[in-house]
Write a protein that binds this ligand. Structure first.
Ligand code: MGD
Ligand code: MGD
Ligand code: MO
Length: 784
């Protein structure tokens, strides 16, 4: 196309990732240096990770087939995850994928293909693995999709009933409003700074710590309501209220009761902007079920002192207060309730729509979500195309879908018949990271006839596949970073040729599309650079309509960046500001147009696990449950500081955070003494679903009765597929439950799990980072 090729322009290449933008230096075909994006005030240490992983011995060099699949096709599916892999040519591998897809489509229809493929994949708008997978599958007749997400699935399902919208990532109070206007911020689940390193689609600037310092200088009072002290940055000098996990709703009800009891609730706001307060009040004062939800009642459940609850309620009523709920709090059984109750509590305070006040969901859960940015930045987009199959299964029900085809489940006011899946195609996600109850999941994963995985590395997703197709990494292709919460477009230049025989996901699906006769529809006649130019140019046209002036593509690609000007950002109205000013002109998307503290729609569903007003419902597993007699410790699994989920787990930063090669499990001294455990011991956490090994850290920064471990250790079962297998590396999903949050959201509940912990007497070696076994299968290369 006559424009400068990044590959020939020198040896330094700008690229970008979910954890930051950076420039790499290439010499002799390898990366020899990494430099953070020069405008980034606080680059993440994670940027060294991918660079290290690009040349890793764990890269998949060429397509591989599980030996049993070569020999016996679907009859061998029970051996998934246990057999050696046979290296094959691209032609052989893609012929097998084609054969499998054609057979499934002709015998069972496209409803038998699961292409929902959950996962963060990598930054970049063109080479986004789940998107190109869906584009291809759509063209060959469609696929079963997913619904919801693991991040804030319960919130996005309840919010439409309460405030008429599901755009959870927009329900965030900007730092500026907090620093300038709030007097008090009450954080259920905190806002851990380590989470602000990453953003789905790419992070560019890490500015949160500056805002945190600014709020600290303004002496805003921060209250960290969380089982873990470190969940709110120390710079904010937070007060810590160590709450029993999964009981935030009880505490909020106790706060709400105190407001009513002392006449501190804002009747005018409730009348003008809300419906259904009477029902909630009846529930609070005990008229509904005979239980008064006062501070004493709340305290007996949530473990926070009743006097503290009362005082906090009083100060909430007199100070400009922001109530925050982290996404983790709703990643739990009945996770809809804390979101609904936080909105109800904020409504009772009557401050919603004022700067720095009201409620905010997931502040700091990812980079940049509370940092102001220009409004309505369009994103260059690769169209997914149409999906003729209209079935979508909520992410919390994937194992059930594979295990119980034809079963009917209740979901969000309707009934859903689970499809009969014959092929799972996964690209850009790690099902052995994001799914819960992995022993049951392995069983489910062995049901379909064929599992195909595109992966750069021999991680658990690849090891449990039949056909593994090696993908490139971002450093091996050209792309554009443009993420929802960033104000930059950045060029991501190809720095290296594809590793070994790896291919871009885009090209893998192009060749498959060609085999199905729809290659032209897939490419629309465009090359990689022509797609980038088209995607950018379309987005630029929309940006110009909105008053911005990004340059033409050639100039952008030459310069490598465009920053949308920040001065456009302060004019955008804050959340609910317009609604507050004029609720009739700015009706919410609920049936009443107001905030619904009682939902007549949800009442009609008659779900016992999601009543029509916010309620305290005991989770199946929590410290007050009967089963706590056998498994007395509540296990929390948080996002890791040293990696992104399971990505970068083999990098040195992530390995350095482990001890004896295992993840670290934190426990309160009292629980350690009663078990005669010492810091540094290798321990096993277990329940009826499974067990994992971890290295014990003892700390009183955690509430007693709670243990905590980071997610992301590559799943490393001692006997892959045995339901009683010991997980050797510290993957909490060996013990988490795949119960849905409720019939409403059917979302994931990884924070609702009880375990006990004992010393690990004979620790098995960790093998997560050893490549799988390989075999010569040339004799098996026959086609059926
Ligand atoms: N116990 C517990 N479990 C949890 C959570 C929890 O709090 N507790 N949190 C949940 C949440 S919120 C989330 S979002 C999920 C995250 O779950 P995932 O998004 O599935 O996790 P990742 O490790 O980011 O998986 C991305 C995968 O894509 C691969 N990949 C990267 N780039 C490319 C590419 O270009 N092409 C291809 N083909 N592959 C690529 C990576 O190697 C990796 O295997 O986990 C959930 N799981
Ligand atoms: N470095 C890094 N950052 C990330 C990610 C990553 O993998 N690495 N992942 C990103 C993703 S996909 C997401 S969805 C967000 C998730 O953002 P969150 O879900 O908010 O983050 P977590 O770290 O899982 O949880 C935060 C804290 O919630 C507390 N908590 C857990 N259960 C409860 C409860 O019942 N009540 C109360 N009050 N507190 C509780 C725990 O102590 C935990 O430390 O993080 C993002 N940020
Ligand atoms: Mo997430």
């Amino acid at each position: 196309m006559g424009r400068k090729s990044a590959l020939n322009s020198g040896r330094r290449f700008q690229t970008a990732s979910h954890w930051g933008a950076y420039t790499v230096e290439v010499a002799g075909g390898r990366i020899v240096g990494v430099e953070p994006f020069k405008d980034d005030p606080h680059p993440s240490a994670l940027i060294a990770g991918l660079v290290e992983m690009v040349h890793s011995p764990l890269r998949v060099t060429c397509p591989h087939i599980r030996r049993g699949y070569l020999q016996r096709r679907k009859a061998s599916r029970g051996a998934r995850g246990t057999e050696p892999f046979v290296p094959v040519s691209w032609d052989v591998a893609l012929s097998l994928v084609e054969e499998g897809l054609r057979e499934a489509i002709s015998l069972h229809g496209n409803e038998s293909i699961y292409g929902g493929s959950y996962g963060w994949a990598s930054a970049g708008r063109l080479h986004h693995a789940p998107s190109v997978l869906k584009r291809f599958l759509g063209l060959i007749g469609g696929y079963v999709d997913k619904r919801g997400n693991h991040s804030f699935g319960a919130a996005m399902h309840i919010a439409p009933y309460v405030i008429g919208r599901s755009d959870i990532t927009s329900l965030v109070m900007p730092w500026r409003a907090i620093a300038d206007h709030a007097q008090q911020v009450v954080l259920f689940g905190g806002m851990h700074e380590k989470n602000m390193q990453v953003d789905a689609g790419g992070a560019v600037l890490h500015e949160s710590s500056e805002w945190i310092s600014r709020a600290a200088r303004r002496s805003v009072r921060f209250v960290n309501v969380s089982p873990a002290r470190e969940d709110t940055p120390a710079a904010l000098d937070p007060e810590w209220l160590p709450i029993v996990p999964n009981t935030d709703v009880a505490m909020m009800l106790g706060l709400a009761h105190t407001l009513i009891d002392e006449g501190l609730h804002c009747v005018e706001f409730l009348q003008r902007y809300c419906v259904g307060f009477d029902a909630l009040r009846d529930y609070l004062v005990g008229l509904e079920d005979g239980i008064v939800k006062d501070a004493n009642w709340a305290s007996s459940i949530c473990g926070v002192d009743s006097q503290t609850i009362r005082q906090l309620a009083r100060s909430m009523a007199t100070k400009r207060t922001l109530i925050c709920v982290s996404w983790s709090v709703q990643r739990a059984e009945h996770g809809e309730q804390p979101i609904w109750m936080a909105i109800a509590l904020a409504s009772m305070l009557g401050q919603i729509g004022r700067p720095g006040c009201g409620f905010s969901i997931g502040i700091g859960a990812v980079n940049g979500n509370a940092v102001e940015r220009p409004a309505r930045i369009p994103r260059p987009t690769m169209p997914l195309g149409d999906n003729p199959v209209k079935i979508a299964v909520p992410i919390g029900r994937v194992a059930d879908m594979l295990l119980h085809p034809g079963a009917v489940i209740e979901y969000d006011g309707a009934q859903l018949t689970l499809p009969d899946i014959k092929i799972v195609y996964s690209a850009g996600g790690n099902p052995f990271h994001h799914n819960a109850n992995l022993n049951r999941f392995v069983e489910a994963w062995r049901r379909p006839d064929l599992v195909v995985v595109n992966e750069p590395w021999w991680n658990p997703a690849a090891r449990f596949a039949d056909i593994v197709l090696p993908s490139t990494t971002t450093l091996e292709r050209n792309d554009i970073l443009a993420a929802d919460m960033q104000r930059h477009y950045l060029a991501m230049y190809q720095a290296l040729p594809p590793f070994a025989h790896a291919r871009n996901d885009y090209d893998i699906f192009l060749e498959l599309a060609d085999r199905f006769g729809c290659g032209d529809a897939y490419t629309e006649g465009r090359s990689e650079m022509q797609w980038l130019c088209k995607m950018y140019t379309d987005a630029r046209a929309r940006a110009i309509e909105r008053g911005y002036a990004p340059p033409e593509f050639d100039e952008f690609w030459e310069v490598g960046r465009y920053a949308f000007p920040n001065d456009a950002c302060c004019d955008a109205p804050l959340m609910f500001e317009e609604f507050r000013r004029d609720p009739a002109a700015h009706r919410l998307g609920t049936p009443s147009g107001k905030i619904e503290l009682y939902s007549a729609t949800i009442e009609k569903y008659a779900y016992p696990d999601c009543p029509p007003h916010p309620s305290w419902l005991e989770p199946t597993e929590w410290r007050g449950a009967e089963i706590a007699g056998r498994f007395p410790l509540h296990l929390l699994s948080h996002q890791p500081a040293t990696r992104l989920h399971s990505q970068l787990d083999p990098s040195s930063l992530s390995r350095a955070s482990k001890r004896d090669g295992r993840e670290v499990l934190t426990m309160h001294p009292r629980d350690a003494i009663s078990r005669q455990l010492a810091d540094g011991d290798l321990v096993v956490a277990f329940n009826e679903r499974g067990s994992f090994v971890a290295s014990l850290r003892i700390s009183d920064h955690l509430r007693a009765g709670v243990v905590q471990i980071a997610t992301g250790a590559w799943f490393d079962p001692a006997e892959p597929g045995s339901p009683r297998s010991l997980e050797k590396h510290g993957n909490p999903n060996a013990v988490t439950s795949d119960r849905g949050a409720s019939r409403l959201s059917q979302s994931s509940t990884s924070q609702t799990v009880l375990v006990d912990v004992v010393r690990c007497e004979v620790p098995p070696p960790v093998t997560a980072f050893c490549p799988p076994r390989f075999a010569d299968g040339s004799a098996d290369l026959t086609f059926h």
